[in-house]
Ligand binder design. Structure first.
Ligand code: SF4
Length: 417
């Protein structure tokens, strides 16, 4: 008889806590039911071992068919896939996917559909023009004081809308070899203007502790590198990676910040909240990066649930990205108006800490450009007329207007001051 997988609850119960002295990790009720049904041979200790999770990533059509009732379109898309960004899902994250509903948000982010093979105007393999801003392989130097250092060429799980789909699981496009790392480090060392290094990939947190330690140590030894950031989705798709040995390594290299890629509130499981808590306890400021995706998270209520959940998990909602126009991404992209609507639906309706910056990463290397709803209704004489979050109009006496000192009045009559 099949074990039923419980539906999502806002905060699923933790039914098991792995009590080995080395690994202590929660297993939610949902994960446990999934493990028992599809990986009965795996012990709880193995399930909580990030290397076991990586080794057992679901990659083939047969493996997917075993756990998900695929639609004809999904099956065709998977069978047709060649090259970079193959299907790859950790067993843990596969347990969050709805086996029967092809429109479920998390499923759509991981399982290909044939729309991926349809190009549309303005799409490109490298929409942000990163290759053109790459002085040495695997490093992008676009902004004056910071670089993007691509140190890994694969991820724990592959997102279908990935901006770097051209290079994920494609060693021909980015080797991430020791030689390449050395070239990147030499470039950073030779450019004193680089005070901020963002490690990305692929996902840097799938590197071993030793390799991360080595890399972070080399970066920290460069005197002008003030600030290191890591961009990752690992706490979401492979939270078991965040064990004591990883946090011990990361803690050595402060100030170190982390941007975690979240997509949907269903990702805020007990496991992921535990991973975030451990990172925050290690003194790492956490921010989220979320790509706005059509039919996945493009509703005010969904985004509100996500940002509130993130704050409770000690993650500051940082960026909301307009989806980049990679080839075959039209089914993921929303009109910009949708992003503005979401920001309007958050700003003022909830704490400012919960409101991310909505940005478009401009094609051809323009960099991130913030997009804001317009709250300035106009001017009336010297007053600025503003619209608040409820749509009500307010006047603000703008000192920048024509109003000058000649129109000031003493606040206190002489002698009363
Ligand atoms: S985790 Fe990031 S780099 Fe990896 S596939 Fe997803 S979007 Fe791309």
């Amino acid at each position: 008889m099949r074990t039923a997988i419980p539906p999502f609850a806002p905060y699923p119960r933790i039914i098991k806590r792995q009590v080995s002295p080395v690994l202590r990790f929660p297993i939610s009720e949902r994960s446990e039911a999934f493990r028992a049904r599809f990986f009965p041979e795996a012990t709880a200790a193995e399930w909580c071992d990030w290397r076991w999770q990586l080794r057992h990533r679901i990659r083939t059509l047969d493996e997917l068919e075993r756990i998900i009732r695929l639609t004809t379109d999904e099956r065709t898309a998977i069978a047709r896939h060649r090259g970079s960004l193959p299907v790859s899902i950790t067993p843990y994250y596969a347990g969050l996917i709805d086996a029967h509903d092809a429109s479920q948000p998390l499923r759509r982010t991981m399982i290909p559909v044939t729309d991926e093979y349809l190009g549309s105007p303005g799409e490109a393999e490298d929409p942000l023009g990163e290759d053109a801003d790459s002085p040495v392989p695997g490093l992008v130097h676009r902004y004056p004081d910071r670089v993007l250092f691509l140190v890994a060429n694969s991820c724990a799980a592959n997102c279908r809308y990935c901006t770097r789909s051209r290079m994920v699981d494609n060693p021909e496009r980015n080797t991430c070899s020791q030689t390449q790392w050395e070239q990147g480090l030499a470039y950073i060392a030779a450019h004193p203007e680089v005070r901020d290094v963002l490690l990305s990939g692929g996902d840097p947190l799938i590197l071993s502790d030793d390799r991360l330690d080595w890399l972070l140590g080399r970066l920290r030894a460069i005197p002008h590198v003030e600030f290191i950031r890591i961009g990752t989705k690992v706490p979401v798709v492979l939270p078991q990676r965040v064990g004591p040995s990883l946090t011990r390594v990361l803690k050595r290299y402060h100030p170190l910040w982390m941007s975690i890629h979240f997509t949907h509130p269903d990702e805020l499981t007990p496991e992921t909240r535990e991973a975030c808590s451990r990172l925050a306890d290690a003194g790492i400021p956490l921010g989220s990066q979320t790509v706005l995706l059509s039919g996945i998270n493009d509703r005010v209520d969904v985004m509100t649930e996500l940002v509130h959940g993130l704050l409770k998990a000690r993650v500051k909602p940082y960026y909301l990205y307009q989806c980049d126009p990679i080839v075959g991404s039209l089914h993921f992209r929303t009109p910009v108006q949708k992003g503005l609507e979401i920001i309007r639906g958050l700003r003022g309706h909830t704490t400012g800490y919960a409101v991310p910056s909505y940005v478009i990463d401009a094609p051809d290397g323009g960099g991130k450009i913030p997009i804001l709803p317009d709250y300035v209704a106009g001017r009336d004489g010297d007053d600025l007329v503003l619209t608040n979050y409820e749509g009500k109009l307010f006047r603000y006496p703008d000192p920048g207007g024509k109003l000058g000192r000649d129109r000031t009045l003493p606040l206190f009559p002489e002698g009363n001051g």
